[in-house]
Ligand binder design. Structure first.
Ligand SMILES: *Cc1c(COP(=O)(O)O)cnc(C)c1O
Length: 415
């Protein structure tokens, strides 16, 4: 595959025009949208307006006049479109970690009202650590008689669901390996065995079609700063299936989750629906940024986006093969396309140095301990020529041993 073939792919790319909506960094190939998405031009315009008009001029009236008070709902509904959720089940708030606390406690309450013997939260050993830490915290808080974490291999998750399982906590796409589980099948199996499912969509929302309602997922969480381009530390989202709204209850019972917050009543009375998942005042600047960023997805077919994402990853790996690098960098991602997320991960002894040397050359990938390098593909702003450039720079770094530079012995705090 030569550069002309690559440029041909760009010329027929249905998303080629979308790239113009992003404020792409100059002279860089950015393959880290799975960690921090690129800023959209609309975000910049919106934030300027929020600062210069809404906050500085309209001040307190903006809660009503600019609909600040409903941001969690309006942003939530935009996200709902991307995750296969009918309205009134998704809301934007807090971080994934905090939302996991709410989902875990809500789901445990629902399951244990039926069967108090179900106390196990089943998850995978190499799940994203915060997911596991939050279960450990809930376990300490509620006690072992309500919540015990059981960790198994990702490939054996379904086998371990039994009469003690209250919940299965699974991440659809593994952050290290990029492996995608079959969420639909997992939910069907969990339900057949009397357990509920909490799905983490950190690496799926905005990267591929997700069908929460169809799959009958019970609760889901996800972040907006990765594939949704909401900005560093942008607020996350939580989904609760409508069938659970009457019985769910979460203990972070702040006033924004009250049925009538502005009654200022001393008694907590949870709001009827998904709003109950709110706790405190929304972070208006951050949520406005998410709101604006989500508009790049208007009219985007997630099926087509998925197809381009897989094609980008196919082309990247093919180019590594052409450069005879597929033995040097060992793929740890699944060969099957359907089992892939929107990233490719490789094991390499000097992965950290390689990543740093690539960044020096303007190709941004990232490193995950102990020895993995990840390349994230974001179809709305990555071109095929980006991929070609990345593979070419990778070849040159390795040919010139730039990855062995002593400068890379010392690791930064954030990798
Ligand atoms: C990025 C990520 C998180 C981050 O959680 P925060 O609380 O938003 O910091 C959680 N889970 C997974 C699977 C992730 O990839």
């Amino acid at each position: 595959m030569n550069l002309t073939d690559i440029q041909e792919l760009d010329s027929i790319d249905p998303f080629a025009k979308h790239r113009e909506q992003f404020q792409l960094p100059e002279n860089k190939v950015y393959l880290d949208g799975n960690s921090l998405g690129v800023m959209t031009k609309a975000t910049e315009t919106r934030l300027q307006n929020v600062i210069q008009q809404q906050w500085s001029q309209d001040l307190i009236n903006s809660w009503n006049d600019h609909n600040w008070v409903n941001l969690p709902q309006t942003v939530g509904e935009k996200i709902a479109h991307l995750i296969g959720a009918e309205p009134e089940q998704t809301i934007c708030c807090d971080s994934i970690s905090v939302n996991l606390f709410k989902a875990l406690t809500s789901a445990l309450t629902i399951v244990q009202a039926q069967d108090s013997e179900r106390t196990v939260v089943l998850s995978t050993k190499d799940n994203f650590p915060t997911d596991l830490y939050m279960v450990q915290g809930v376990s300490q808080f509620l006690g072992q008689h309500r919540c015990q974490l059981k960790l198994v291999d990702e490939s054996e998750l379904e086998q371990h669901i039994n009469s003690k399982t209250a919940l299965v906590l699974a991440t659809e796409v593994n952050f290290r390996t990029g492996r995608r589980i079959n969420a639909k099948q997992l939910v069907a199996n969990a339900h057949k065995n009397g357990a509920l499912v909490i799905l983490d969509l950190a690496h799926s929302a905005g990267a591929m079609p997700v069908h929460l309602d169809d799959w009958q997922v019970d609760f889901a969480v996800g972040c907006t700063y990765k594939y949704l381009n909401g900005g560093p530390g942008a607020p996350a989202f939580i989904y609760a299936a409508k069938r659970h709204h009457r019985t769910m209850s979460q203990p972070l019972s702040g006033w924004f989750g009250h049925a009538r917050p502005f009654d200022f009543s001393p008694e907590y009375e949870p709001a009827a629906g998904i709003q109950q998942m709110l706790t405190g005042t929304p972070s208006v600047l951050a949520m406005s940024a998410v709101d604006a960023a989500l508009d790049v997805f208007k009219g985007v077919s997630l099926e087509k986006l998925r197809e381009k994402s897989l094609q980008l990853s196919d082309v990247f790996h093919q180019l590594l093969k052409t450069h005879d690098l597929d033995d040097v960098l060992q793929p740890i991602f699944p060969e099957q396309r359907s089992e892939r997320g929107s990233q490719l991960s490789y094991h390499y002894e000097h992965a950290y140095g390689l990543c740093q040397a690539l960044i020096q050359r303007g190709v941004v990938a990232d490193f995950r301990a102990p020895n993995y390098i990840r390349f994230g593909f974001t179809p709305l702003y990555n071109s095929f020529e980006d991929i070609w450039q990345a593979a070419e720079q990778l070849r040159q770094v390795l040919a010139k041993n730039e990855h062995l530079d002593p400068r890379w012995q010392q690791r930064n705090t954030v990798t």
